[in-house]
Design a binder for this molecule. Structure first.
Ligand code: AMP
Length: 427
């Protein structure tokens, strides 16, 4: 089978790494990929959102299965375009991807389907939004309706912060059309966790629960980022809780979509707040989490290809997947200045000294190959992923490896997985 992966980050490197181990795969391509991915797959110089060129490539190069990493091409209808040409592709179509591309759509669907989530209201008019926010008071959460690369949510602690957020989104249009409509919602309190399932629209197979770390700095301080690290399994999601989430969140959401004539195929990711009243949905994503997937895939014993293939064919088995024992952690090494401005092109040193360590994997998030060397080529540069018998050992293994890796300006959090370790780690 010839497989094309779409995307260029650590998540796509993880997918390529896992797919490369499948006996079913005899041709592996990635568009556009990155330096690390080029060691395992043939890079294709097509951007992840250039849908027509991707479809053209898949058609002419006899690609049997395309796997889409990021949300943007899904929201733009890459699946619809491939299916129109009779090409096999793993991911939700444009209508189903609205669960992520429109927060108002997702919230209304949850309301109709009785999925637990924060109380909310949707506004197209800033005047009405302000009046509502004044009436409810702070703390309160303001969310842009559309895709904003993870930056469209403002958890406001004061009324003036909330009113400022409405101005930025609806008047200043800092996210253009994505902020024309907003969702205002109640602030939830609790610990967060993610449940990611693979689904053919009817059957849903859960992956291990994970927790990511969105803030830049230790102790969850500093600005929000694309994610500074993750680990799996997340002990807060007990088997009982996982079952409850499948019954109260995943199944009713799929049914709700089906009632609207939408069949969801692909990855459904529920970001949850574990409140005192039980789990409530913060957001849905329609693709694998990055960096969550990097901490989940090394624990997947099953071959990924049949799972993806059966999803596309609508014959997913409820048996689920097989998992390795133990825990896995992913620590992100980022460029100095990220998530603000940063420099690229910095030589990465020490990769060869860690490449043969057992249970250790360095996935590339933003790198470029430069002869024999790799240089940084993005905000998030590397993902150091360690698998061990327990989370303490996994964390130790990851940070030991990081000691050997360096590039100018390299920054990372030193407390990844602290919730699972039960206490903050001071390094
Ligand atoms: P979202 O853009 O919906 O994924 O939200 C991003 C982050 O904002 C979440 O991971 C939470 O940390 C926080 N957040 C979103 N909605 C709420 C809420 N209703 N209450 C508290 N925190 C929230």
């Amino acid at each position: 089978m010839r497989v094309l992966v779409v995307g260029s980050g650590g998540r796509e490197h993880a997918l390529v790494w896992k797919l490369s181990q499948s006996p079913e795969v005899d041709g592996l391509f990635c568009a556009p990929g990155n330096g690390g991915i080029s060691q395992l797959a043939e890079l294709v110089d097509i951007g992840a959102e250039d849908i027509e060129s991707l479809a053209e490539f898949a058609e002419t190069k006899d690609i049997d299965l395309t796997v889409v990493g990021p949300e943007a091409p899904l929201a733009k209808g890459v699946v619809d375009a491939f299916e129109k040409r009779g090409l096999r592709i793993f991911g939700p179509n444009k209508a189903a991807a609205r669960l992520e591309s429109s927060k108002a759509f997702a919230k209304n669907l949850m309301k109709k389907s009785h999925v637990p989530t924060a109380q909310f209201a949707v506004f197209d008019d800033p005047q009405a939004a302000r009046a509502y926010v004044r009436q409810l008071g702070a703390p309160i959460v303001i969310k842009a309706d559309g895709l904003c690369g993870g930056k469209g949510t403002i958890v406001a602690n004061t009324l003036s912060e909330a009113l400022g957020a409405i101005d930025l989104l609806m008047e200043d249009r800092i996210f253009k059309q994505a902020g024309e409509r907003i969702v205002v919602e109640e602030r939830l309190v609790g610990e967060e966790a993610s449940i990611i399932v693979i689904t053919d629209g009817t059957t849903a197979v859960p992956l291990l629960a994970s927790q990511d770390h969105k803030r830049l700095l230790d102790h969850d301080k500093g600005p929000n980022t694309g994610g500074m690290g993750a680990y799996a399994p997340a002990p807060i999601v007990t088997d009982e809780l996982a079952k409850l989430i499948m019954e109260q969140v995943i199944q009713p959401t799929l049914k709700g979509l089906a009632n609207e004539g939408v069949l969801f195929k692909g990855v459904l990711y529920a970001g949850l707040m574990m409140t005192q009243e039980g789990p409530k949905v913060l957001e849905f994503n329609v693709r694998f989490g990055d960096p969550e997937l990097q901490a989940i895939l090394p624990l997947l014993k099953s071959d990924l290809v049949p799972l993806l293939d059966d999803t596309v064919e609508g014959r997913l088995s409820p048996e689920g997947c097989q998992w390795e024992a133990g825990s896995c952690v992913c620590v992100v090494l980022a460029s100095g200045g990220y998530p603000g401005e940063y420099q690229i092109g910095k030589e990465i040193r020490g990769l060869d000294t860690v490449q043969d360590r057992e249970g250790l994997l360095v996935l590339h998030a933003g790198t470029k190959r430069d002869g024999k060397r790799f240089v940084s080529w993005g905000g998030r540069v590397l993902n150091v992923v360690a698998r061990e018998t327990d989370i303490e050992q996994a964390v130790k293994k990851a940070y030991d490896a990081i000691e050997a890796i360096a590039f100018d300006g390299m920054l990372y959090r030193k407390d990844i997985a602290w919730r699972a370790l039960k206490k903050p780690v001071n390094r």
